[in-house]
Design a protein around this ligand. Structure first.
Ligand code: ATP
Ligand code: RIB
Length: 296
C-alpha cells in the first residue's frame, strides 16, 4: 500500500474551558483554564495520521477569517496536503468544549463553512487524487459527503474507513460503501440499540459481519473483528487522564496510518491504542498527539 490517505471532514477551532465540575442550568462557576486549539474530527484524524508517519491530504471547509487562516497555516506546517481545502461564505467551524476534572468532555459543534463543501467537490477531489490508498470520513458533516467520497473511492479500489462519530443513524448506503467501521462504545451502542446488560462481544460478532469492525472502549482499549470473524482485543495502558478530547480521532488517524504502512492488524491496533492513550494525558485534540511515535 503506502499511497496517500485522504481525510474528508471538519476542521474546527476548539474553544475549551477546563472546570472542576460542569455547571448546572442557570449556574455560573469559575473555570481553571481556557485554551484555543486546532480541532474538528477531519482535521484531527488527518494530523494524527500525518504525525504517525503517513502521507495525508484533507478536504475541509474554512471561512475567510482568522480561525480559517490560522488553521490553513497550521495544516501546512504539519505537512498536510491542503489542496482540497474549500473556502466558504460562512465563518470557520468552532467547537465549544467543557472538560471536567475527570478529563471528560461535553462538546457543542458549529460546523460553519465545513457545511459548504459539496458532494461534487468531494467526488472530484477523490477521483483526481493520483496516489490514493485510503479514504477516511466521519459523521460530523452530512453523510452525503462521506457517501460521495466513498463512492468515488470504490471506483479506484481504495480502502474506505468510516468513523461514525458523533452518533447518528447510519444510511444503509454508507455502511455498504465502508470497508472499516470504527465507532466508540457509545456510538456502537446507539448503532446496535445495545442495552448495557447485553454482552458487547456478542453484538460485535453480529454487527454487519461482512464488514471490518473496530470498537474503541476508552480506558479498556479496543476490540477488532474482521470480515472473516477473527477477533483481536487489545487493552489500553494505564494513563494519567487530563483531557480525552480527540482521543478517538487520534486512534482512527493512527490506525489508518498503520494500515497504510502495511502493518498486520494486531500491530496496527496496538499502535493506534498506544498513540491515542498517549494523547489523553495532554490538553486539547491535535495539541495532544505525539510527534515522536511514528509507525515505521
Ligand atoms: P473522545 O470522544 O474522548 O475523543 P472516543 O470516545 O471517540 O474518544 P475512546 O474509545 O474513549 O474514543 O478512546 C479511543 C482510544 O483512546 C482508546 O482505545 C484508548 O487507546 C485511548 N483512551 C481513551 N481514554 C483513555 C483512558 N482513560 N486511558 C487510557 N487510554 C484511553
Ligand atoms: O472529536 C473531537 C473533536 O470533536 C473536537 O476537536 C471538536 O472540534 C469536535 O469536532
Amino acid at each position: 500500500m503506502s499511497g496517500q490517505i485522504l481525510v474528508i471532514g471538519a476542521a474546527n477551532t476548539d474553544l475549551t474551558a477546563y472546570v472542576d465540575r460542569i455547571p448546572e442550568g442557570g449556574e455560573t462557576i469559575h473555570g481553571s483554564n481556557f485554551t484555543t486549539g486546532f480541532g474538528g474530527k477531519g482535521a484531527n484524524q488527518a494530523v494524527a495520521a500525518k504525525r504517525a508517519g503517513a502521507d495525508v491530504a484533507l478536504i475541509a471547509g474554512l471561512g475567510a477569517d482568522i480561525f480559517g487562516e490560522n488553521t490553513k497555516a497550521h495544516l501546512e506546517a504539519e505537512g498536510i496536503d491542503t489542496s482540497g481545502i474549500f473556502y466558504g461564505k460562512q465563518p470557520s467551524g468552532v467547537a465549544h468544549i467543557w472538560v471536567d476534572a475527570k478529563g471528560e468532555n461535553r462538546i457543542i459543534i458549529i460546523p460553519g463553512a465545513n457545511l459548504e463543501l459539496t458532494e461534487e467537490f468531494i467526488s472530484n477531489a477523490v477521483l483526481q487524487s493520483p496516489n490514493l490508498s485510503i479514504v477516511v470520513a466521519q459523521c460530523e458533516l452530512p453523510q452525503e459527503f462521506a457517501i460521495a467520497a466513498f463512492k468515488s473511492a470504490k471506483t479506484k479500489k481504495v480502502i474506505t474507513i468510516l468513523n461514525p462519530a458523533p452518533a447518528v443513524t447510519l444510511f444503509d448506503e454508507l455502511i455498504a460503501l465502508s470497508d472499516w467501521i470504527i465507532p466508540n462504545q457509545i456510538e456502537f451502542d446507539s448503532l446496535t440499540n445495545r442495552r448495557t446488560d447485553q454482552n458487547i462481544e456478542e453484538q460485535i460478532k453480529n454487527f454487519y459481519p461482512e464488514k471490518n469492525l473496530l470498537v474503541t472502549l476508552g480506558s479498556n482499549g479496543a476490540i477488532l473483528r474482521t470480515s472473516h470473524g477473527e477477533i483481536i482485543k487489545v487493552t489500553a495502558p494505564n494513563t494519567e487522564v487530563i483531557d480525552t478530547t480527540g482521543a478517538g480521532d487520534g486512534f482512527v488517524g493512527a490506525f489508518a496510518a498503520a494500515l497504510n504502512a502495511g502493518k498486520e492488524l494486531k500491530t496496527a491496533l496496538e499502535y493506534a491504542i498506544r498513540f491515542a492513550s498517549n494523547s489523553v494525558s495532554k490538553k486539547g485534540a491535535q495539541s495532544s498527539y505525539p510527534t515522536d511515535l511514528k509507525i515505521n
